[in-house]
Design a protein around this ligand. Structure first.
Ligand code: ATR
Length: 280
């Protein structure tokens, strides 16, 4: 990377924890690959300090900000304006500094849709989709699937109240699946997305009966540690098409990159860079 100068523009991610974040690698790779005089750093910001951090962004003239746990909701409250997605989700993962006017965006849903197309050539329009989970990522995905014309967005979640909220984001095609309906929903689905944290750890299991998986299914697990979760392992062995969360990670970052710089992101270089960091 060329040494920063007085003209170098600064972008950053705030979060806690944040030292494990792949965002600096993704964005610095993109800046370098396009020869942009920008640099991206990770800043640890404690819970409860998101509004202070945004004030610092204004004061310091930080041009672009990524936001991760636990600040996505607090940043949504503290921005000067929100994109339609960020407003619906009440969560921000990307802030654009327009001369001190901070605009909050949420690129997770669009990043997910872009990843589906890029990695699996899958268009959700007219397709039956199951979303497992109702956290921040699941909500963004349900909203995006509804918007791009999915025929159905069926949400399965341990806590029904959160499932109801996530399904509502998909609009008229959203519905909640209770425990009795899980097998039928999986069986009838074209796309199955795991957006719960189940499957991340070594103890992680698959939140439904894996014998239901078959070759007509497309299965996405949005985590990327490990690269092959128990769900993806089951999907592969039963002939389903599958993808992990690397492509969504790259595409949500690519959209943020374009919002900050006005330039199309070098997705291939970014994918290669994270690929070298993530090995099972
Ligand atoms: P994020 O914002 O990163 O998407 P989150 O808001 O913590 O994550 O949501 C995690 C999701 O995983 C939720 O859907 C959660 O279910 P609840 O809404 O019932 O809490 C789900 N989840 C986490 N651990 C789980 C487990 N052991 N079994 C089933 N679901 C689990």
């Amino acid at each position: 990377m060329a040494s920063p100068t007085g003209a170098t523009r600064l972008a950053a991610v705030i979060g806690d924890p944040v030292r494990h974040s792949l965002s600096p690698l993704l964005h610095n790779t993109a800046f370098e690959s396009l020869g942009l005089d920008w640099v991206y750093v990770a800043l640890e910001v404690a819970s409860g300090r998101a509004a202070d951090a945004l004030e610092a962004v204004r004061t310091l003239g930080i041009a672009g900000l990524s936001v991760t746990m636990p600040h996505k909701e607090a940043v949504a409250d503290a921005c000067d304006a929100l994109s339609p997605d960020a407003r619906r989700l009440r969560a921000v993962n990307c802030v654009v500094n327009e001369d001190g006017h901070l605009v909050g965006h949420n690129t997770d849903g669009a990043g997910f849709i872009a990843a589906l197309e890029a990695e699996l050539d899958f268009d959700p329009a007219g397709r039956r989709c199951v979303v497992l989970g109702a956290g921040g990522a699941a909500r963004a995905i349900a909203l995006a699937l509804g918007r791009v014309g999915a025929a159905e967005v069926a949400v399965i979640n341990r806590t029904m109240e959160r499932a109801t909220e996530a399904a509502a984001l998909a609009g008229a095609v959203g519905r909640v699946v209770d425990a009795d309906g899980v097998d039928a929903a999986i069986d009838g689905a074209d796309l199955i997305v795991n957006a719960t944290s189940v499957g991340m750890g070594p103890e992680g299991g698959v939140p439904f009966e894996v014998t239901l998986l078959r070759s007509g299914h497309t299965v996405v697990d949005i985590v990327y540690r490990p690269l092959v979760t128990p769900l993806l392992d089951a999907a592969r062995s039963r002939g389903a098409r599958s993808a992990n969360g690397v492509s969504m990670l790259v595409h949500q970052a690519a959209i943020a990159f374009s919002l900050w710089t006005g330039v199309e992101a070098p997705v291939t270089a970014m994918t290669r860079a994270v690929g070298s960091m993530l090995v099972d």
